[in-house]
Structures are given as structure tokens and as C-alpha cells.
Write a protein that binds this ligand. Structure first.
Ligand code: NAP
Length: 263
């Protein structure tokens, strides 16, 4: 295991005048909220995802010159091609994700691979594409949207939780690898957040248990000690703060945005 030689470490660079941020899964939900917050912070944006129309909708709502890139983060060659065509990336937010629930006996190889592919391997692909550039530039921010499912267990989401726990391990190790360069790597871990992903989880509970939608939503909201769902804007505000100069010493952290569900 290598350790950094502090005396040989050149100083960290100042923040670039124009910061270019890539947000994956930015067509809706938490990713679209992160795009709004980073746009308000004056960053140039590239919105990445699989559905061009959704990305364009987010971009149009922001106005101005926002780039969109159509790419499946689980597809390694596609990620390499996509990032090779972009200008230098100073901020990467790995937000693209899917959460499918199933009992372990119903967890097929395909579901397992898909959960790991998008949530964990996708984070690896995109990060590998930018980390060396950030290290050389001696400034950068990598924020991985994990989940409270990366910090604790929930029944029926073993594949998703394994992937999100993996994202936190990846975050911690890379944070140490990049620490001497001043590049920070953190995970933001939302609790149940009001998006299409949550709607799908609720629909699944309704279909499997026959409970009403209202009861299913109340059951999930009750896991949050504040008895409510997190909003996409609350997650985005945490991401935007991690990108500020004031957060330069915050690295390798898994910040739970969950109303106290994890502490
Ligand atoms: P969402 O509304 O379903 O949005 C997910 C986004 O990811 C979509 O824009 C989707 O766009 C994109 N995406 C999915 N698979 C992709 C792939 N293979 N390649 C590129 N983009 C892909 O979900 P969300 O709630 O905003 O979730 C955002 C992140 O927060 C996820 O990582 C999720 O695990 C995490 N999270 C959510 C909650 C919650 O309760 N909502 C809680 C904790 C953590 P396309 O389908 O068009 O590609």
C-alpha cells in the first residue's frame, strides 16, 4: 500500500474560473434538481443519461448553453467515447441509478447484474474517465449519489443495497487515492426521496401486498424520523455544498440526507 509523501506534494490549484460539471441521470428527479443547483452556482453543465428528450427538457428549463450527452453509464466503451468528446471535467456527479426490489429467491442474475451495472460499475466507469484529469489539474469534485441503502439494510433490495454499499467503499478508497491532489470524493446518501424511482417502489409494494398507495407511501415515509420524504432539492443542496471551496477538506464521507434515519 502506497502512502503520500507530504513534502513532495505540490500545492492544490485554485478553483478553475469556469467549472464544467457532468451530472449523470440528469433527465429527471434528483439529477435534474442537482443540475438546477449547479447551474445556479454558475457552472457549465453536461447532462448525461439514456433518454435524449428528458435531458433536453432539463436543459431547456435551465436556458442557456447546457450540453446533453446520451450514454448508458453501464456501457464501458460508450462512457469512454462520451467523456473523450467532452471538455475537461471539474465536477462529476454520479447520480444515474435504478432501484428494483425483489426477494433474494426472485433476484435473477440479470437483475443482480443490472443493479450493480448501473449503480456501482456505472459510477466506476464515469469516475475513471475523469479522475486522472482532475488529479493532474489539482482541483476536482466527485460526488456519488449513493443511498441510505448504502449505509443500512432494507428487506427485498439486496442487489441495490449491495451496489450502494459498494459505491461508499469505492468513494472512501478513491478519496484517499486523490487526497494529495486536493480532489475530493464524497457520497451523498438520500433517504426515501419524492421522485419517479420512489413512485415505482410504491407501485411495487401495492402490487405485491394489496395495500393502498397511501398506506405504502406512509409506511416508507415513517422510516424517516421526520416522518416525510426527502425532496430532490435537499439532496441537490448537499451536492452543491460539497462542490464549494468551503468543503475542500470534506472527503471520503457518506453524508446521510435522511432526516436522521441514519446517524
Ligand atoms: P429517477 O427519477 O428514476 O432518475 C434516475 C435517472 O437515472 C434518470 O434520469 C435515468 O434516465 C437515469 N438512468 C437510469 N439508468 C441509467 C443508465 N444506465 N445510464 C444513464 N442514466 C441512467 O430516480 P431518482 O430518485 O432521481 O434517483 C437518482 C439517484 O438517487 C439514483 O442513484 C438513486 O439510486 C438515488 N437514490 C434515490 C432515492 C429515492 O428515494 N428516490 C433514495 C436514495 C438514493 P434514463 O432512464 O433516461 O437513462
Amino acid at each position: 500500500m502506497r502512502t503520500a509523501d507530504a513534502s513532495a506534494t505540490p500545492p492544490v490549484s485554485p478553483r478553475p474560473e469556469t467549472v464544467h460539471a457532468v451530472i449523470t441521470g440528469a433527465g429527471r428527479g434528483i439529477g435534474a434538481a442537482i443540475a438546477r443547483h449547479l447551474h445556479e452556482a454558475g457552472m457549465q453543465l453536461t447532462l448525461l443519461g439514456r433518454t435524449e428528450s428528458a435531458l433536453r427538457q432539463t436543459a431547456d428549463a435551465l436556458g442557456g448553453a447546457v450540453r446533453v450527452a446520451v450514454c448508458d453509464v453501464a456501457d464501458s466503451p460508450a462512457v469512454e467515447r462520451t467523456f473523450a468528446a467532452l471538455p475537461p471535467v471539474h465536477v462529476l456527479v454520479n447520480n444515474a441509478g435504478q432501484a428494483e426490489s425483489a426477494t433474494l429467491s426472485r433476484t435473477t442474475d440479470e437483475l443482480w447484474q443490472r443493479m450493480l451495472g448501473v449503480n456501482l460499475t456505472g459510477t466506476f466507469h464515469c469516475t475513471r474517465a475523469v479522475a486522472e484529469g482532475m488529479r493532474r489539474a489539482r482541483w476536482g469534485r466527485i460526488v456519488n449519489i449513493a443511498s441510505t441503502a448504502g449505509q443500512r439494510g432494507y428487506p427485498y433490495v439486496a442487489a441495490y443495497a449491495a451496489a450502494k454499499h459498494g459505491v461508499i467503499g469505492f468513494t472512501r478508497s478513491l478519496a484517499l487515492e486523490l487526497a494529495p491532489s486536493g480532489v475530493t470524493v464524497n457520497a451523498v446518501c438520500p433517504g426515501f426521496t419524492d421522485t419517479a424511482l420512489l413512485d415505482a417502489s410504491v407501485a411495487n409494494i401495492v402490487a405485491r401486498t394489496g395495500r393502498s398507495e397511501e398506506a405504502a407511501r406512509a409506511e416508507l415515509a415513517a422510516l424517516n424520523p421526520q416522518r416525510r420524504f426527502i425532496t430532490p432539492d435537499e439532496v441537490a443542496a448537499a451536492v452543491a455544498w460539497l462542490c464549494t471551496d468551503g468543503a475542500a477538506s470534506i472527503t471520503g464521507q457518506a453524508l446521510s440526507v435522511s432526516g436522521g434515519e441514519v446517524m
